[in-house]
Design a protein around this ligand. Sequence first.
Ligand code: WTA
Length: 648
Amino acid sequence: MSNKIYPVDADYAATTRVTRAQYEALYQESVTDPEGFWARTAQRIDWIKPFSQVKDVSFAADDLHIRWFADGELNVSANCLDRHLATRGDKTAIVFEGDDPADSRHISYRQLYEDVCRAANLLRNLGIRKGDRVAIYLPMIPEAAVAMLACARIGAVHSVVFGGFSPDSLAGRIADSQCKLVITADEGLRGGKKVALKANVDEALTRPGTTSVETVLVVRRTGAPIAMQTPRDRWWAGLVEEQSAECAPEPVNAEDPLFILYTSGSTGMPKGVLHTSGGYLTYVSYTHECVFDLREDDVYWCTADVGWVTGHSYVVYGPLANGATTVMFEGVPNWPDISRFWRVVDKHKVTIFYTAPTAIRALMREGEEPVRRTSRASIRLLGTVGEPINPEAWEWYHRVVGDGRCPIVDTWWQTETGGALITPLPGATDTKPGSATKPFFGVIPAIVDTNGVVQEGACEGNLILTDSWPGQMRTVYGDHKRFVDTYFRTYPGAYFTGDGARRDADGYYWITGRVDDVINVSGHRIGTAEVESALVSHPKVAEAAVVGCPHDIKGQGIYAYVTLKAGENGSDELRKELVHWVRKEIGPIASPDYLQWAPGLPKTRSGKIMRRILRKIAENATDQLGDTSTLADPGVVQNLVDQRLIRS
Ligand code: WTA
C-alpha cells in the first residue's frame, strides 16, 4: 500500500466535465434518486421509442430480475454511427494501426457507417435475423468493429471469441449459444507471427454441437492460402462490396440482447455473460465520457483486444456512441521493438491512453530509455484496467510514461458489470497509487465479512454491490439459474463480485484480487477448473489441482499440481508435453507457469481438495499452512512443500 496522494491537477479542475463538487452532488443524487438520475442520463442516447419505465430491479434470488428502460426502443449501431453523420461525417471514427508499423489508416464516421450498412445487409441476405447468434473470431482489425456493429444494426447477437483461443474453446462457445454464422479471417497477425484463424474455425466446426453454423465469412488479412469449403465458406470482401451502403436500423427493445461474451468463473466451463442494449449503451457511453473526461478532439487509445469486455465497451461501443476517435491496434507492445506503444502514440497524437498493468510491468522491466526516446507530448490522461496495479508500476506509469503531468484513472470493473464501477474522475478525484478510488454514479459498493455482515468505515473483506446500474449483465445465456447461483446467493440481496477489497479511512477502495477460484493472468480471467479439466483429459494424468501464484509481470501465474497415473514417470519431457497440451486445449493464455508432480493431493476426509494449502505452497508461504490435521493423509503436504517449484 502506498500513502501518497496525487491531488487533482489544476488544469483538469478548471476545465473538467465533472468537478469534485459536482461528483459529490451527482453521486448523492444517483443513489438517492436512481430513477431520476438515470432517466436524465439515458437521454444522451437516441431512442426510437422513448422509455416510460426506468428501473425495474430485484436482487432477491427467488425473484431475480434486472430491467432498465424496459419499454424503450433503440438501435445501438444507429447511436454509434447515424447520429454522428451530420456533424462528424468526416471525423475519424477508427484509427487502425496494423501489426506492421507501415500499415495504418483512418476510417471516417461516414465510411464506417457505409461499411457497417453493407455488412448488415450481407448478414440479412445470409439469413441472419434479429436474435440470431453470430460468432466473431477475428484479429484486431476494423472488420471486427464493423462485424459487431452490423450485428447490432439488424438486432443479431454477437459473441466475440478472442483470437488466441483454441479450436476447442471456440467450439464450446459456438455450441453453447448455437451460432448460425462465424466471421473470421484467413490468418491473424501479431508481433510478426501468424495465427491460423480459419484453420482453427475448420477444426472447431468438426466438434460436436456446432452444426448450427451455416456460413463462415472469411476476411482476407494475410492472403495466405487456406481451404474453403463450399457452400459453407464465403469471402467477406466480394460479398460485402455487392451490398447497398444503406441499411435501415432494426429497432430493438432496450432489454433485447446486444451480445454474449464468455468469461471464466470459479466452476465449470466459461459462462455466456449476456448484455442488453439500452442500459449497456447508456452506461458505457456515460462512463467513457466521464472517466476519460472526453473532449471532441481527443485521440483515444484503449489497447485491449475486442475479444475481451474492455474491447467491447471501451474500444467500440463507448467511444463510438460518443463520436470519439478510437484507435484499434493489431499488434503487441514489444514488436518490432519495445517502444512500439509510444511510437504509435506519437504517430497518431494519442491524447488518452488506456492499458493493463501487466503491460506496464513488462515495459517497466525494460527501463526508461525505450520510453524516453519518444515524445508522448500529446498524452493528457492515462488509464489502467484488468487487475490490481502495484504502486510501483503506477508510479512508473505516472513519472515515466506520463512525464509526471498526466492523471491516472485506475478503473475497476468486470465482464459482468459492462463498464467501470470504481474509478477516479480526473477532474474530481485525488488519486492514490494502487487504489481504484471511489464508486461511479449509481454504484453502491459494500464490504462484507465472511458471514455477510456489512462492514463500516475502514475495513477489509469481500466486495459486493447492493443495487443495480444500467450496464449490469442480465443473465448467463441459456442458464439463468447459474446467473442467480453464481452472483446472488452468497450474500442475499446483493451482487457478489468475486473480488476482495479494502476501504481506507478516506472511503477509497483498494481491490485485493479474486477471492474465488478464478486466476487473473495478465488481466485475463482463467478458471482453475478449466485448466484442471484440460490437464485430466491427458491420458497420463490421474488428477490435477490448479491455483494462482504471484508473478512479477503477469500479476498472477498458473501453478498446477499434477498426479500421474500409476506407472507414469514425472519427467521434464512430460512436463513440457502437459504445458503444451493445455495451450492446445484452451489457448496460450492458460499455459501453466509451474507444474509440480504431486504423488498425492491434500484432501479432506470427504475427498475435497484443500486449495488453501496448495495456494500457500505455491505462494511459498509454507509457514502459513494452517491446520492440516483434518486432512485424510496429512503426510502428502510435506512432500509438496519439499518439492515446491517457487523457492525463496
Ligand atoms: C480484476 C476486465 C483491480 C478484478 C474489465 C475483476 C481489477 C476482474 C481491476 C474482471 C482494477 C479488473 N483493479 N482489479 N482496476 N480491473 N480487475 O471480467 O479481479 O476480464 O473481478 O473484466 O479483473 O476481469 P474481466
